[in-house]
Write a protein that binds this ligand. Structure first.
Ligand code: NAP
Length: 263
């Protein structure tokens, strides 16, 4: 028996294998993988020293199966193995926008867990929203595995749409902010290369400071905002241009779109 089976060895499949081995303490010999693309499957087997097999064997031999294919491939992937799953297994779906009930309609026996990671999960620094079909004594074990991808938040399934709008789409908002910050530096005379490095480190350092001090963002903001100083002039410009309003609306709209897409 293997602890974990991974079906679909693309970007996210690789991130899961890597995170499980490097951060969750799962031995590579406890992982078995499958991909319809044999080159991709062999690449993962060789790079991470895992086992590999056809999809039926992977389902048959794994305690916890990660389903990491594109949503459009859901039916084609699960139909051939729907009778292979057993009652005591767990199926963790990474498929964006695919509801637990839809997977349950395809495979009845395993307990279904749905997760919503974001792209920083590819380097073990993601936000991972997780919803369980029902309570299980294996919850802690699953959450500990997911910690290999980043910070894990258990929520009700309907809140996964909000997680999609906040942390799923969030990296794109942050990349846009970083690019704009760097361009500001260019406008005022820095090279883009230097400006980008400064913008990245400013975001990284500020996020770490927030995390390590556990202070409210407003408290840390006030600490860099001296009376009649430079920061209040910059903040006032952001305020005039509805910076916070734009970001709140971005999360709102992306959440609504996620709800629409998963219908
Ligand atoms: N990437 C992210 O940051 C991210 C974030 C949140 C959620 N997700 C979710 O993660 C899932 C995977 O995304 P991805 O970016 O890793 O996609 P991807 O790179 O395309 O990987 C999917 C892999 O599964 C393979 N595959 C397709 N049908 C299969 C089958 N029947 N049996 C076995 N393997 C099969 C694909 O092979 P072919 O290429 O030959 O089809 C491909 O190698 C998606 O559902 C997505 O919604 C991804």
């Amino acid at each position: 028996m293997f602890k974990v089976g991974v079906i679909g060895c693309g970007n996210m499949g690789e991130a899961i294998v890597k995170g499980l081995i490097e951060k969750s303490g799962i031995k590579s010999t406890d992982i078995i993988v499958n991909d319809i693309n044999k080159e991709r499957q062999d690449y993962i087997i060789q790079k991470y020293n895992t086992a590999g097999a056809d999809i039926k064997k992977v389902v048959n031999l794994s305690e916890i199966v990660f389903l990491v294919v594109k949503p459009k491939d859901l039916d084609d992937t699960l139909n051939p193995v729907k009778d292979t799953f057993k009652e005591n297994q767990i199926l963790v779906s990474v498929l964006a926008g695919v509801k637990i009930q839809k997977i349950k309609n395809l495979v009845e026996k395993p307990l279904i867990v749905r997760i919503m990671p974001n792209t920083p999960a590819l380097i073990g620094e993601g936000v991972i929203g997780v919803s369980f079909e029902r309570e299980t004594e294996k919850k802690e074990e699953v959450i500990n595995l997911l910690k290999g991808l980043g910070e894990v938040f258990e929520v009700k399934e309907e809140l996964l749409d909000v997680i999609t709008g906040l942390s799923g789409s969030g990296p794109a908002y942050v990349f846009t902010f970083i690019d704009a910050l760097a361009q500001g530096g260019v406008k005022m005379g820095l090279s883009y290369q230097d400006s980008l490095k400064m913008a990245v480190q400013t975001v990284l350092g500020s996020a770490k400071l927030l995390k390590e001090t556990s202070e409210h963002p407003a408290v840390l903001r006030d600490k860099v905002t001296s009376p009649a100083g430079t920061t209040i002039y910059g903040l006032h410009e952001l305020e005039k241009r509805n910076f916070k309003d734009a970001i709140i609306s971005a999360v709102e709209k992306a959440t609504e779109r996620s709800k629409e897409l998963s219908k």
